[in-house]
Design a protein around this ligand. Structure first.
Ligand code: B1M
Length: 221
């Protein structure tokens, strides 16, 4: 298969949730010299966007979303070491979790991979993370940043709850809070009192570095 055929096949098979085919095609694409970011941004992510659009139109239901998500996760596992190739020493610690009530994790995992690739030590709290777990992780790992993902309009309010609980626990001054996820906006992030918002994984990495630098400059001033 040539480049365009591989991209199209990856897109189509992800859309159909054919995990074994997506895995085989991902390996074939890598062997052909295709970059992991091309596989992600030209095939896998657009395919999941189409899955979401079909779900909204009522053409797809939860099982279709689920198998497409699983197919994408399988490919992500193969892409992870390629995206996260780094010999750099840790530039900061990042605690990350999807908020309580929300089981979406593909976007969070992708942000984690890019953060690791940029040299962050990432502690992943998984999905459905209650406020207590974020607090416990801040106490245990003393991260520079706590990142929260929410992918549903109904779970976004957990940002505010989490930040409130972190403040109540006396830890708010010790961490930078970043939020993200498909329905989240800069305005929403500002309204809940987060320190930063990013729309995608690479912006999240750039912002994380900038926020840490700002904080370290302030401390040393
Ligand atoms: Co769900 N789902 N889902 N789903 N799902 C969405 C999110 C939805 C937009 C689909 C749609 O209607 N178009 C919709 C939400 C609508 C809304 O609230 N606005 C939706 C719905 C409604 C639901 C259910 C309620 C369906 C139901 O049961 N009736 C249900 C909820 C379950 C729950 O959580 N309680 C549900 C379930 C599921 C599955 C389990 C079947 C599956 C999840 C599998 C998994 O994650 N392991 C699933 C899937 C696959 C999707 C879609 C199709 C794909 C999500 C995805 O992985 N995208 C999604 C439609 C869509 O997004 N187009 C949809 C690819 C990923 C790389 O992008 O997640 O945006 P994204 O992540 C980006 C950025 O957001 C950002 O960087 C990432 C990488 O670039 N980012 C951050 C993420 N976290 C960040 C943190 C940061 C910074 C940036 O700083 C801390």
């Amino acid at each position: 298969m040539n480049h365009d055929e591989l991209i199209k096949a990856l897109y189509d098979e992800t859309l159909m949730g054919n995990a074994p085919a997506v895995l085989a095609l991902t390996n074939e694409a890598i062997a052909s010299g295709m970059g992991p970011d091309t596989i992600l941004f030209d095939a896998l992510i657009p395919s999941l966007e189409e899955v979401g659009a079909r779900f909204e139109r009522g053409d797809f239901f939860v099982p279709e979303m689920l198998i497409a998500g699983k197919a994408m996760s399988g490919a992500l596992a193969v892409l992870r070491p390629l995206l996260a190739e780094t010999g750099a020493e840790s530039i900061g610690t990042y605690v990350m979790g999807t908020v309580k009530g929300d089981v979406h994790d593909i976007g969070k995992n992708l942000v984690n991979i890019m953060l690791e690739g940029a040299g962050f030590t990432v502690i992943d709290l998984g999905v459905q993370t209650p406020p207590e777990k974020f607090i416990e992780a801040i106490r245990e790992h003393k991260p520079d940043i706590v990142g929260m993902s929410a992918f549903l309009t109904t779970t976004m309010p957990m940002f505010k709850v989490n930040i409130h609980e972190i403040t109540k626990a006396g830890l708010r001054d010790q961490v930078i809070v970043m939020v993200g996820g498909a329905p989240v906006t800069q305005e929403y992030a500002d309204a809940v009192g987060a320190d930063g918002y990013a729309a995608d994984a690479s912006t999240a990495v750039r912002l994380a570095k900038a926020l840490i630098k700002k904080r370290r400059d302030l401390v040393s001033a």
